[in-house]
Write a protein that binds this ligand. Structure first.
Ligand code: SF4
Length: 182
């Protein structure tokens, strides 16, 4: 299939020209690898976790997005999916697991409870996991359908695509607004 230069992505691999050299930006290469190999920490706390499990099963097949490697060890995870009601009893355990995940890491708040406490305006429920840790993507719904979580995952991939990974990795200074426009 013919492609125009204008439509070319910043990073590409063409098996027909194997052995040739591909030029890209370091940020693009790092981000491309990161966004297509997210390893979720499934923080299933209530009913939303059932939808999270469905997302990993064959009908919705999260492995199409390279994110099927659910890990129950924080050391091996880089995206925490908080799925369910965060009670105060569980909140510090969630925070501890988040702290044990290595950088870079991202967080998806799945559903109304994880995003805002949902219908539980209660002394026992944290009113959103963003009170404890930085959330990158909020997925609405009670519960969200698996398609909604997959859209959240795609939005996280788009966010990762725009990160300055190499700059952060090698502690280089970020470009000024003028440099970024060049
Ligand atoms: S958002 Fe709804 S489905 Fe999800 S954990 Fe809360 S009550 Fe359950």
């Amino acid at each position: 299939m013919a492609t125009t230069a204008a439509a070319s992505p910043p990073f590409a691999y063409d098996s027909k020209i194997e052995g040739n050299i591909i030029f890209t930006r370091l940020d693009s290469a790092i981000n491309w690898m990161r966004k297509n190999s997210l390893w979720p920490m499934p923080m299933g706390l209530a009913c939303c976790a059932i939808e999270l499990m469905a997302t990993g099963a064959s009908r919705f097949d999260i492995s199409r997005f390279g994110a099927e490697v659910m890990r129950f060890s924080p050391r091996q995870s880089d995206v925490m999916i908080v799925a369910g009601t965060v009670t105060y009893k569980m909140a510090l355990a969630v925070k501890r697991i988040w702290d044990q995940m290595p950088e870079p890491k991202w967080c998806i708040a799945m559903g109304a409870c994880a995003s805002s406490g949902g219908m539980y305006r209660s002394y026992a429920v944290l009113q959103g996991i963003d009170h404890l840790l930085p959330v990158d993507i909020y997925v609405s719904g009670c519960p969200p359908r698996p398609e909604a979580l997959l859209e959240g995952l795609m939005r996280l991939q788009a966010k990762i695509e725009g990160e300055h990974s190499a700059l952060a990795q090698f502690s280089l200074s970020a470009p000024t607004a003028e440099e970024a426009m060049e």
